[in-house]
Design a protein around this ligand. Structure first.
Ligand code: NI
Length: 134
């Protein structure tokens, strides 16, 4: 059984590789390499898969999942510059892939080990990434 929760956060970022010229970064990352940053309204789905607990009828209490999402990810990332404000992105390009990976790593520590965690991150209405730990 899978249960999920949708949360949103707004963050600024810049995609670039240090050591590359602005021209090379523009070639690879396009407008996303704008040196003055740009923002996205991220939509993050957090999915938890596992057995239904016969005592509670839950896979995981969604109130608890909500708290984990907010404490570990959305309260930290919301209205922040991912490159500059979030230590987890030091030296890591904050692509949707890497944001999903960092969010998964922050939350997986708090999710009971018998449950499988999946993060699905919408960077735009059309671009989605999904990460389940590999
Ligand atoms: Ni972007």
């Amino acid at each position: 059984m899978k249960v999920g929760r949708r949360e949103t956060f707004n963050s600024a970022h810049r995609l670039y590789k240090e050591g590359w010229s602005d021209a090379k970064n523009l070639e690879v990352f396009g407008k996303c390499s704008n040196p003055n940053y740009h923002g996205h309204n991220y939509v993050m789905e957090t999915w938890v898969e596992g057995p239904v607990n016969p005592d509670t009828g839950y896979v995981i209490d969604l109130k608890i999942l909500k708290q984990i999402i907010r404490t570990e990810v959305t309260d930290k990332f919301d209205h922040r510059n991912l490159n500059l404000d979030i230590p987890e992105f030091e030296g890591i390009n904050p692509t949707a892939e890497n944001i999903a990976k960092v969010a998964w790593e922050l939350m997986s520590k708090k999710i009971p080990a018998h449950l499988k965690l999946t993060i699905r991150l919408w960077e735009t209405e059309n671009n989605i990434v999904e990460y389940s730990g590999n």
